[in-house]
Design a binder for this molecule. Structure first.
Ligand code: ADP
Length: 271
């Protein structure tokens, strides 16, 4: 009986090995496919601005003397704008790789949300020029535990998306409230929103909902960086749609600081 069982076990192990081998081969093929798609996407995102920079620089070199001043300024603006886009993309790629290799070490401490929102709005002043921003953050909201540099980058990416996907002159709202041990922070716009089937996928690297989103100056990395940063700080982020009108809602939840002990409680402790 023991011999029969041993034989059966050996057969079972062999089968499991076979299934594991097939699985491994399938996973390796899938990883290869993903790697190629990723490289194609990165190459495209690097090539597009670089081609514009080369074109403008070449035209300036060859026709500088004959060009009206306004055209020279146009060409120089193209070079500056496209270099900024390239720079943004490379910074995003570096952030992404820091998240993926686990090298992200948030420097978390306690901060007031409205301070961080204020400084992000000042930094985003240029991109927000065609939108009115409304903030609704209660003065009583406790401090939240975040790395302010990373958190402000998350807010900036969400505002940047709102300005890219919502029509000009529509308002963008930032609101927050206390929710048990969490602070909930939302960014709402009045754009087309996100199809329900894409709500989870928008956080994947290089994922874009609409084909035409590729022509907007995006990298397809903004939201995956938001997710990486927020989760590294112990929070969560999700995407949704407004129910009162068309528009996207991004919801972040971050741990709030424990309330400081009240006077009476402090006295009790010292007793
Ligand atoms: P991108 O650089 O393309 O903006 P993101 O990672 O920031 O990359 O966003 C991924 C995709 O999610 C976008 O291409 C767009 O399709 C969709 N998306 C992001 N934010 C919004 C928004 N506020 N409204 C509608 N669609 C959005």
């Amino acid at each position: 009986l023991i011999d029969a069982l041993t034989d059966q076990a050996a057969v079972a192990i062999e089968r499991i090995q076979l299934v594991a081998d097939v699985d491994r081969a399938r996973l390796a093929a899938e990883a290869d496919k993903l790697r190629s798609a990723l490289l194609a996407s990165i190459s495209h995102d690097l090539k597009t601005p670089l081609a514009a920079i080369l074109g403008a620089a070449g035209t300036l070199r060859d026709y500088f003397q004959a060009m009206p001043q306004a055209d020279r300024t146009d060409m120089l603006s193209t070079i500056v704008d496209e270099s900024e886009r390239l720079n943004r993309f490379i910074v995003n790629l570096l952030d992404m790789s820091r998240i993926e290799t686990g090298a992200m070490e948030p420097n978390a401490s306690l901060h007031y949300l409205d301070d961080m929102v204020g400084s992000t709005l000042r930094r985003a002043d240029k991109i927000l020029s065609h939108h009115e921003t409304r903030t609704d953050i209660p003065a009583s909201l406790p401090m939240i535990r975040v790395d302010p540099v990373l958190f402000e980058q998350v807010l900036f990416n969400l505002l940047d998306n709102a300005t890219k996907y919502a029509p000009p002159d529509t308002p963008i709202r930032i609101r927050a409230w206390e929710d048990g041990h969490w602070a909930t922070i939302q960014v709402l716009d009045e754009g087309p929103g996100i199809p329900p089937a894409d709500l989870d996928k928008v956080f994947d690297s290089f994922y874009r909902v609409r084909k035409r989103d590729h022509v907007l100056a995006g990298t397809g990395l903004g939201l995956s960086i938001c997710k990486g940063f927020v989760e590294a700080m112990g929070g969560t982020i999700s995407a949704g749609n407004r129910t009162d009108r068309s528009g996207a809602i991004f919801t972040i939840r971050m741990p709030i600081a424990p309330a400081p002990p009240r006077m009476g409680e402090m006295d009790d402790e010292s007793d």
